[in-house]
Design a protein around this ligand. Structure first.
Ligand SMILES: C[S@@+](CC[C@H](N)C(=O)[O-])C[C@H]1O[C@@H](n2cnc3c(N)ncnc32)[C@H](O)[C@@H]1O
Length: 396
């Protein structure tokens, strides 16, 4: 993790979180930080505001690009915003690189962005920094988190919704660790695996605690189980394919050695996820997190008829699996399940819908004070026809 500014400058609990996966990232924030937040609001598709009771607490989030702290007490007019910037600059005594990332509720023209950065530049020069460099984003109005870190940039953040929320990026998560894990483990199967980052996000949404047990009943090569061990949980994997179980074993053993994970166990079983009580008799788990996409390879957009047929076939398996999962999870435990949605030639979405779950003893998970309509989409994915969506249930 990377803190970009001294703690003394970032003590404010008034923060903006720049979201990597839209709604899903906001769900992660609500599910993991509930006790630390006095208030939060998803203000733009890619931005949430929050008021933390004490600074920090966002370091465990997997779904944020950046966290910025406010430079003014509340959203305000431009003059007050610039006063906040002026105050902030007093903490600096030598030149620096800086950028301005602008997020808005309406499209921003090039002229508007240029005029915004011109005001920042004027403020910086006025404060006596003659050689401070303004770094422009390669594209659009936002400097990417990785550039902020790589080039040690003071990244001013403006969120425009009628008023200006003005702040400065104070923290950027280390996302390289996820890529390293995904690429360096013994069995890399990018065709079936989700990213380690998304796996961690889903585990965060499950609310799993250290020492608890996570079940992935369609574990594939074990991406979710690996992240579960790293979070201090025990991992239980089921897959009907013995080769996949062997792949998971190799990946988990590698993880244990490489990350010196101690005091946590993993157990892997070949078996059918729709018959869990037989596969793991007598075992009860705390949470279930799984990403089983049951679709054949799709190389072009399907017709509506084809999409409906494919989704109908896979829906049956999801329903059966849900009943089976409900039989092995403790009361109050959460089930986080990724399901597919297909985009047809006519750009219609046909999705797996998991309804009537109360019969199985499950209810949709609703973090306090927030309404989430399930399934929650993962925005920011670059897939074309198959998209992923998330359901979260709680065992009644
Ligand atoms: C998309 S993969 C899961 C990938 C996993 N999330 C990862 O990152 O490695 C789906 C897995 O479900 C398994 N599977 C399909 N039907 C199953 C069933 N009825 N019971 C158990 N496993 C099943 C397949 O063998 C496959 O490994």
């Amino acid at each position: 993790m990377t803190y970009l500014l001294p703690r003394s400058l970032t003590a404010s609990g008034n923060i903006a979180l720049i979201l990597a996966f839209g709604d899903l990232s906001y769900l992660e924030i609500c599910a993991t930080m509930e006790e630390r937040l006095s208030r939060s609001e998803h203000v733009l598709p890619g931005v949430a505001f929050a008021e933390t009771k004490q600074a920090g607490g966002y370091e465990k989030l997997a779904g944020v690009h950046k966290v910025a702290v406010a430079l003014t007490a509340k959203p305000s007019g431009w003059t007050a915003s610039m006063n906040g910037v002026r105050e902030f600059l007093k903490a600096y005594d030598k030149d620096f690189n800086f950028s301005v990332s602008l997020y808005s509720d309406s499209p921003v023209t090039k002229e508007e962005y240029e005029s915004t950065i011109a005001d920042f530049l004027a403020e910086v020069r006025e404060a006596g920094f003659r050689k401070a460099n303004l770094i422009r984003p390669g594209n659009g109005t936002e400097l990417l988190a990785r550039d902020v870190v790589a080039r040690k940039i003071i990244d001013f953040v403006v969120v425009l919704r009628g008023h200006y929320w003005t702040g400065v990026t104070s923290y950027v998560p280390d996302v390289q660790q996820f890529q390293l894990r995904s690429n360096e483990r013994p069995v890399v199967s990018s065709d079936i695996s989700i990213s380690a980052r998304l796996a961690k996000l889903l585990l965060n949404v499950s609310g799993v605690q250290k020492g608890e047990t996570v079940l992935d009943p369609f574990c594939g090569s074990g991406t979710i189980l690996m992240e579960a061990l790293l979070l201090g949980a025990n991992a239980l994997g089921v897959d009907r394919d013995p080769v996949r179980i062997e792949n998971s074993r190799r990946n988990l053993e590698w993880l244990r050695k490489t990350y010196q994970v101690e005091g946590r166990s993993f157990l892997l079983k070949v078996g059918d996820a729709t018959q869990l009580e037989k596969v793991i008799p007598g075992l009860q788990v705390d949470v279930v997190v799984s990403e089983p996409i049951f679709l054949p390879r799709i190389d072009f957009a399907p017709s509506l008829e084809k999409a409906r047929k494919l989704i109908k076939n896979s829906s049956r398996l999801y329903s059966e699996a849900l009943y089976s999962i409900a039989g092995v999870i403790r009361k109050g435990g959460r089930v986080v399940l990724v399901v597919p949605s297909l985009r047809t030639t006519a750009e219609r979405d046909v999705s797996v819908l998991l309804e009537d779950v109360q019969e199985a003893g499950l209810k949709p998970f609703r973090p306090a004070q927030h309404k989430f309509e399930y399934p929650v989409r993962i925005s920011g994915e670059n897939t074309r026809w198959v998209r992923r969506m998330i359901y979260v249930f709680e065992r009644v």
